[in-house]
Design a protein around this ligand. Structure first.
Ligand code: G3P
Length: 412
């Protein structure tokens, strides 16, 4: 039997589902044995994977989140492109089998799939249905509606109207996509490494100025930059609306919350656009690390094949809320009546399928994990009155462009 290892960052209920998939794969055949290992947060898993690669002790499979995509795809020789791995091991591969929103996010500039887009998500708006009913309001479609109608009514009813997780993901990257605004030069970074970030824009500064005002007026609260900081007060029923990952859906369902919840699309600013566009995928992708034997690569290919089968993809989608990554799995979920039972489970994939625009395919920027650190630091400073929105975005722009030019040098 060939043994392989899979380092991932799926904690809690997500980790249980990963373990179940691995157990089922091991039981489904006699040739291969996979061992999943939880390595902490996405950032920790990536750091551990890079360190292990340098020491020649890399796992066969490493899960890398969206923000690390450019770095790992740009690290030539560190991974075996998933498309090559599958084809070399006799697995049928057609990039068209994948839903359009995930097809090219982990592909190289020629469109070759480098990472297997295993757990793809989108940021969505969860809401406490009881709270909205008490306040006599609907889930807001626009940020204007939120601040003029929804938030005052929710405050009146005794709730903190809004919190949100992953500020860079939701209130920056997907803000640009939802409003079809350019986020970086070079076609959002896809056309070359000599890219400059366009984060210092009037639209996003307007948004963050409002976020700060909402905080001051009690319309919004920010509980910290860690993974669960802003989700917990929603689960406790204090916060009425929470922006988070579609991949949190399964965890929320499993918690049996003391209120009914649902979800819908991220609001947009009518002042910026009356034709809001789609968001792009978040979550993470699986990379086959290089330096492994043919037997082990065959085992990795077999696991990827298993993982992308409609049955396993549907099970993963159903249990977690990550979107089905293939059309076949999406069809299976529909035919099984999953969305009739849980309409909110379809919001992530529906939002990914809203009208596209020139700037809605995501971004490709190296050292982006560090750029997110800069953003998180500056957003914390805005919210605690240590800096102005204007200064914060100027700082983010300068430091991000410095990181991008350093990354560009690694690509020459
Ligand atoms: O919570 P996830 O797994 O959907 O990931 C959210 C972001 O994409 C992380 O960068």
């Amino acid at each position: 039997q060939t043994e392989i290892t899979f380092w991932h960052a799926m904690g809690g209920a997500l980790g249980d589902t990963v373990n179940q998939i691995a157990t089922d794969f091991n039981a489904s055949q006699d040739d291969y044995q996979i061992t999943p290992v939880f390595k902490g947060t996405y950032e920790e898993a990536l750091t551990a994977g890079i360190a292990a690669f340098r020491a020649g002790e890399q796992p066969n499979i490493l899960q890398v989140f969206d923000a690390g995509a450019a770095t790992v795809i740009g690290a030539k020789g560190a991974t075996v492109p998933v498309q090559d791995l599958l084809i070399d091991n006799g697995v049928d591969f057609d990039i068209e089998d994948y839903i359009s929103g995930v097809r090219y996010f982990y592909a190289d500039s020629e469109g070759k799939m480098i990472g297997m887009p295993f757990n793809s998500s989108s940021p969505i708006m969860y809401f406490n249905e009881n709270a909205l009913e008490e306040a006599g309001v609907e889930a807001p479609k626009t940020w204007e509606e939120f601040e003029n109608t929804t938030a005052p009514a929710l405050v009146e009813a005794g709730y903190i109207p809004l919190s949100q997780s992953h500020s860079p993901w939701i209130f920056v990257e997907n803000f640009f996509s939802r409003h079809n605004l350019p986020f970086a030069t070079n076609n959002n970074g896809y056309d070359g490494a000599d890219t400059e970030i366009l984060v210092n824009s009037d639209e996003i500064k307007m948004h963050w100025s409002n976020v700060k005002e909402w905080l001051d007026e009690g319309y919004y609260n920010w509980y910290g930059a860690s993974w669960d900081d802003n989700q917990t007060p929603f689960e406790e029923g204090k916060v009425a609306i929470w922006l988070g990952s579609s991949g949190s859906f399964g965890g929320l369902m499993a918690k049996d919350l003391p209120f009914e919840f649902s979800a819908t699309y991220l609001p947009y600013w009518e002042a910026i656009t009356t034709e809001p566009t789609q968001t792009f995928i978040g979550g993470a992708s699986l990379f086959a690390m290089s330096g492994k034997s043919d037997e082990e690569n065959a085992a990795t290919a077999a696991f990827f094949q298993y993982l992308t089968s409609p049955e396993v993809q549907y099970m993963w989608h159903r249990e977690t809320g990550y979107v089905p990554i293939t059309e076949a799995a999406y069809e299976m979920a529909k035919e099984d009546g999953h969305y009739d039972r849980f309409p909110a489970a379809e919001v992530g994939i529906q939002q990914l399928s809203l009208p596209a625009g020139e700037n809605t395919a995501g971004y490709r920027m190296g050292f982006y994990v560090q750029i997110r650190d800069v953003m998180n630091r500056e957003f914390g400073r805005i919210l605690t009155d240590e800096t102005s929105v204007e200064d914060a975005f100027a700082t983010i722009e300068t430091e991000a462009n410095d990181l991008l030019s350093r990354f560009a040098m690694t690509q020459q």
